[in-house]
Design a binder for this molecule. Structure first.
Ligand SMILES: [Zn+2]
Length: 154
């Protein structure tokens, strides 16, 4: 193959600071990245899919949910991940956007909080040994929606 780009990347194996499940919506990408840095998540295993945490809370089908669970399982297995961040965001097209909530941001955020909690509980059932934190991203910041700490008895 012909080399068409030069860039030096660190080749060392790493332990992931967290697996991060978030939507592929470009509008929230920079805020998400800045937020992760602020949280000292410098080596995330990014799981970026349409809808983010929706794929666990309200998956379109079993395949979608199982695929995402497998991605988390691989992050734990390959990179010793101990934390998972679940994220959803305002005006997400997979929910029909803000319009699906009649333009009401309070109704939308309350709905997303329930969705994130459901996604977290599903993860907890599958991976009792990991800590789970979940967040709602809007166009002016990131809101903490809740946490489920690791069950060390598991
Ligand atoms: Zn989205």
């Amino acid at each position: 193959m012909e080399k068409i780009f030069h860039f030096d990347s660190p080749p060392e194996p790493y332990v992931a600071d967290a697996a991060v499940l978030c939507c592929f919506d470009q509008r929230i990408r920079l805020a998400t990245n800045k937020f992760l840095q602020r949280q000292r998540i410098l080596r995330p295993d990014m799981i970026i899919v349409a809808g983010g945490a929706k794929t666990l809370a309200s998956p379109r089908n079993d395949f979608e949910r199982d695929f995402i669970l497998e991605q988390v399982r691989m992050s734990i297995l390959l990179h010793q991940t101990k934390r998972v961040f679940l994220m959803s965001h305002s005006d997400c097209a997979t929910y029909g956007g803000l319009a699906a909530f009649d333009g009401d941001q309070n109704i939308e955020s309350a709905h997303h909080k329930e969705e994130l909690q459901r996604a977290a509980e599903l993860l907890r059932t599958n991976f009792p040994e990991i800590g789970i934190e979940y967040f709602f991203v809007t166009f002016d910041g990131v809101f903490a929606a809740g946490t489920l700490s690791a069950d060390h008895a598991a």
